[in-house]
Each structure stands twice: as structure tokens, then as C-alpha cells.
Design a protein around this ligand. Structure first.
Ligand code: BEZ
Length: 201
């Protein structure tokens, strides 16, 4: 399997974390590409019309995207048990994943606004609105973290990846001051080898 990847992308990291948790990280060959919303990559475009990473090329030449589909594929392949099959555990895990992924979407847009968009075209109110989404997600996760316990599934792994990306690109936010319970949970959870090995660079 070949994964188009960039080590800074939180969505790529989520895939690598899931692969590590499922014990199949060594089956994934990685091809690093540098992407922005305005520079495309022809080989990737031919496999994923959206031209986005992560995108996984399978041995039978089929492609899978986006990160949610790839994570579910890896989990099914390895019988990883990271997607609760039914009941409230499933919907809780998927909601946490959706919150974390939306948080990453907003944080990545802030990054693009500040570092990719030409300064004369930047719109500070728009970037601030994206940051507010991140902060609201943290507020919700702070409340939710009371019930994280020692759960390791697609929900909690996605939350850890989102917080890792926020620390990586928005460390001035000091989110821990407003989310002490979430911060305490993250301090321990971030020590999982799957997260340590995949820290963004
Ligand atoms: C980043 O540099 O923050 C980044 C790179 C690739 C995808 C998303 C974010």
C-alpha cells in the first residue's frame, strides 16, 4: 500500500496513528508530497480527483480517500477494533472523530490563511472565525473528556491528533488554561507509542 503523505498534515497523522495502533504501519510505503490548496500534484490527482492527502493506493491499484475511509479500511484489514461496531459506543466515537476532524479542518484553514494566502488578500475576521471553531471544539471536548476514561478508539485517537496539530501550529492559544481536564487526559494519552512516533514536523 502506498500513502501519499506530508508529515505536517493532521489527517495523514491520523492514518499513521491508526496503522500503528493496528500493528500494520510497516505495510505502508510513504511518498511525501508538498501540497497547498493551489499547487497540485499530477500523480495524486490521477488517483484522487480531489488532489488531497492522505490518499492510499492499494495493491490492486484502487485508491482510497479520505482519512476517515482509510482509517476504517486499515482497521477492517487488521481487525483493529478501533471502530466500535454498534450501539452508543459507535456513535460517541464517530461524533468525537467528527468534532476532531472539523477542528483540524478549521486549524488547517487558519494555517493556509496565514502562510499560503498572499498578505494583501488575507481576511483576519475569517481566520478568527476559524479559530473560534477550534475553541468551541475544545470547550465541547473538555466536557466530553470526563467520559474518555481509558477508551482507545477512532474517537479518542482523532481528538489527540487534533490537539497535537493545534499545539504544532497554534501554540500561542494556550488552550490548556480553559480545558484542564482535557489537558490532563491528553498529557497521558499522548505518550502512546503511535502518537509519539508520528509527531508532526
Ligand atoms: C501544515 O503544514 O500545517 C499542513 C501541511 C499539509 C496538510 C495540512 C497542513
Amino acid at each position: 500500500m502506498k500513502l501519499y503523505y506530508n508529515p505536517a498534515s493532521p489527517f495523514v497523522r491520523k492514518v499513521l496513528v491508526v496503522a500503528a495502533e493496528c500493528g500494520i504501519a510497516d505495510q505502508i510505503e510513504k511518498e511525501e508530497i508538498a501540497l497547498t490548496p493551489v499547487n497540485s500534484h499530477a500523480p495524486l490527482n490521477s488517483e484522487n480527483p480531489l488532489g488531497k492527502i492522505p490518499s492510499l493506493l492499494l495493491a490492486n491499484n484502487e485508491s482510497l480517500y479520505d482519512s476517515r475511509v482509510i482509517c476504517e479500511y486499515i482497521d477492517a484489514l487488521a481487525d483493529g477494533g478501533l471502530f466500535p461496531p454498534n450501539g452508543s459506543a459507535r456513535w460517541t466515537a464517530l461524533r468525537r472523530q467528527a468534532t476532531a476532524d472539523g477542528f483540524c479542518d478549521a486549524a488547517v484553514l487558519v494555517r493556509y490563511e496565514g502562510f499560503v494566502r498572499p498578505s494583501e488578500k488575507q481576511w483576519p475576521d475569517w481566520a478568527e472565525a476559524q479559530l473560534k471553531k477550534c475553541r468551541r471544539a475544545i470547550d465541547v471536548l473538555e466536557k466530553d473528556s470526563a467520559s474518555f476514561g481509558d477508551t482507545v478508539d477512532i474517537g479518542t485517537l482523532s481528538v489527540a491528533v487534533a490537539l497535537g496539530y493545534f499545539d504544532f501550529r497554534n501554540d500561542e492559544e494556550a488552550w490548556r488554561n480553559n480545558a484542564p481536564n482535557l489537558a490532563k487526559w491528553y498529557e497521558g494519552f499522548a505518550l502512546r507509542p503511535s502518537l509519539v512516533k508520528t509527531q508532526p514536523v
